[in-house]
Design a binder for this molecule. Structure first.
Ligand code: SF4
Ligand code: SF4
Length: 112
């Protein structure tokens, strides 16, 4: 079933609370990488947003699901990506010191 046609409460329940969409992403030459740097409002133990009801005001870079999906910033295993043809998820794992260096340069040492 296409998850995008589900009722709101069912749609919301699809989220596994992995928190990966709350990690900072970087675009390096057209490839998007999910970094280790999490949004400051993510509780890293519960993987829940601590400002959920007010998230767009608290963090202007926070994207609604329907904004982030076309930008392909949700990970491959995120249920919301299912049913989207030609979805190209961001890279979550790599073995390339040059990518690590670029991420550190952009976001700091704890991001790679
Ligand atoms: S990546 Fe998907 S499943 Fe994980 S927290 Fe974000 S919306 Fe939920
Ligand atoms: S403000 Fe947005 S990006 Fe930050 S933790 Fe909350 S939902 Fe995630």
């Amino acid at each position: 079933m296409d998850p995008h046609k589900l009722p709101p409460e069912v749609w919301e329940a699809l989220c596994r609370r992995c928190g990966k969409c709350c990690a900072e992403k970087v675009d390096l030459d057209g490839t998007i990488y999910i970094t280790k740097k999490m949004c400051r409002f993510l509780d890293t133990k519960t993987r829940q947003c601590t400002v959920y009801a007010d998230r767009y005001r608290a963090e202007p870079d926070c994207l609604a699901t329907m904004e982030g999906l076309p930008m392909m910033v949700f990970p491959a295993d995120c249920p919301y990506t299912k049913g989207i043809t030609a979805y190209e998820p961001p890279v979550e794992e790599w073995d390339d010191p040059a990518v690590d260096d670029a991420i550190r340069e952009l976001l700091g040492d704890d991001a790679a």
